[in-house]
Ligand binder design. Sequence first.
Ligand SMILES: Nc1nc2c(c(=O)[nH]1)N[C@H]1C(S)=C(S)[C@@H](COP(=O)(O)O)O[C@H]1N2
Ligand SMILES: [Mo]
Length: 468
Amino acid sequence: MATKKERSVGELYRDDPERAEAEIFGRKAAKPQGGAEAKAASRRGFLGGAGLAAMSAAVGGPIVHAAAMPGGLIPAAMAQAAPAQPAAPGQAAAPPAPQGPPPLDYPGKARGLMLLQDRPLVAETPEHMLDDATTPVDRFFVRNNGQIAADFANPDSHAFVIDGEVNAPLRLTVGELKSRYRAVTYRLQLECGGNGRSQFSPQARGNQWGNGAIGCAEWTGVPLRDLLRAAGLKETARFTGHYGADPHLSGDAARQSISRGMPIAKALERHTIVAFAMNGQPIPLIHGGPVRLITPGWPGSLSHKWLTRIWIRDKPHDGAGMGGTSYRVPTVPIVPGSNVDGRENFADMTSMPLRSILTSHANGARLAKGTRSLDIRGAAWAGDLDVQRVHVSTNFGQTWRAMRLAEPKNRFDWRRWSGAIQFPTDGYYEVWVRGQDSSGKYQPHTAGNWNPQGYGANSFHRIAMLIG
Ligand SMILES: Nc1nc2c(c(=O)[nH]1)N[C@H]1C(S)=C(S)[C@@H](COP(=O)(O)O)O[C@H]1N2
Ligand SMILES: [Mo]
């Protein structure tokens, strides 16, 4: 059991990580020479003596590879919030993980989802609940910008239109969509543009997602390009603009909760579909049923729920959530924390970045004394790109071991990975997961390209594990 003093180190990490770091890494040189040496020690990643003892107590056990622990690293056991979880088979209850957001309590949704916001309703799936190759509906994250659309009494008679730069505007009910066109089924990534946002320092504006604003479900629907072909795109067609039936939070009928759009080339891709089923069932209301767009590999905001209209435009769409710093990232790095309006040197986000997560164990997993080998698994994905490799380290990145990658079902499916790791002794470990995409890029150690609304953070996934 941690003493009062030791617990306070844990609390300090929660409230003021920088001070906690200074306390722990600075403790050894804190006497006559003071600050400078302490700082140098911390920069070298030196962790010993009283600092190591305090840190070990705070994380719940001796840090096995402490000599390699980088200075300034917030231990994974404290860095990532998660709601209290019942122990999975082979695991005891979690050690000193920080208090996370409250659990979501919503019909049809699993209890372990974390409620990030009530109004609008936003809930994240903790990484360890993404352990299924196909994400079940009850575990799928939820992101709304406005109210949830009113229930559709007769879903098949709900209609949407495709108009604007087309030769013959198309109005289709969901029933007609299903009966008149050939449907396809793919397993597709749907990921919020802000996934990973909590990795940014200073904190970026918006929901503080971990890595769990992602789901990979089986979506059934009609390729949007078949509908665009039926409507006949004019020469002038450049961009889409999407509308849905969800009222604005304010209730103002003149305002859209969100209305984003994409270049026509993405709309014409084979895997961009107008979907009516999720995992073989009608899409539940909370996920945009009876009909939604699925635009895989690009920000989730382009997968419009409760679809009512696709406006084909002759220029980039300018609806709610377009322009400024919304779903836009700097093309020239900016000073973290700067207050910029995104008008210059910013571009719309297109492909989502590479990410990899460990899903077989929760952060803070406690394993039986004497455990020397452990099978682990997870997922990796890279937007428009493929995943080339997934590596895992248990010694703060000194050595990495390649994991096995399963074949994707189709393009834009995520890659499931698996493998085994070894623990030389009992104690505290961090398991780090790092992917490499098909362009050769690795995930970074810390999030880069800071931007006001926090897009693109994709540093390693880190899990604390305690043996014994
Ligand atoms: N009509 C409508 N569509 C929407 C949204 C919304 O608020 N309204 N949110 C978007 C965002 S930001 C994301 S990340 C995904 C989330 O889909 P999900 O709630 O099914 O997980 O829906 C997108 N489609
Ligand atoms: Mo999103």
